[in-house]
Design a protein around this ligand. Sequence first.
Ligand SMILES: [Zn+2]
Length: 228
Amino acid sequence: METKIVCSVCDNNEFNILQLLWPGLINDWQLSPREAEYINRQQGQCCTRCGANLRSIALAKAMLNVLGVNAPLLALASSKPPTRILELNEAGSLTPVLRHFPNHVLAKYPEVDIHKMPYADGSFDIVLHSDTLEHVENPVHGLKECRRVLSPGGALCYTVPIVVGRMSRNRAGLSGSYHGGSGVGANDLLVHTEYGADAWTQVIEAGFSQVTLTAVDYPAAIAITARG
Ligand SMILES: [Zn+2]
């Protein structure tokens, strides 16, 4: 039975599916046809109204869970809550919605590097990033930085592409793999880590004490929430 997906950004339930994965990437990642299908939908299944893809929807849902809000993100944003949000590198397609939060900061690489962020300890209630950590040289260090800038009781919500049927691997020693489109090859988009079922362990290694997974049409999109 097919589960009906509802967009946690705008409450719409109609989607288009774009084919975004290309043969070179599928080959580099050694994805099975089923894995390629669900990873593609994580990136390319988009809400027909607001444009959010499944990973953005999972991320929005994780954030709404943290805030204990049972309404779409757009409705929450329109009430202009004081939540201090740090968004790193445009979290999926959520930026236009997050801008409505009066205490929203958008920080982009290379001006702001997740390894060393220019913010005081405890500056934010929520830190968000989406498909950033797989490009970070030292992801555990990056997660520690996210924890440092969170207030006590704050939460980090993020996505990485997760292939659930395998363990994570570092691409060091493998041929360079890049996201961002076929043949882009920019070093900024170099993938350091291919995440698998153990993706959550880095959260604990970074010093957080709790991990929650928020799934949208599992295994197509999973957002990780880290607290404590
Ligand atoms: Zn939507």
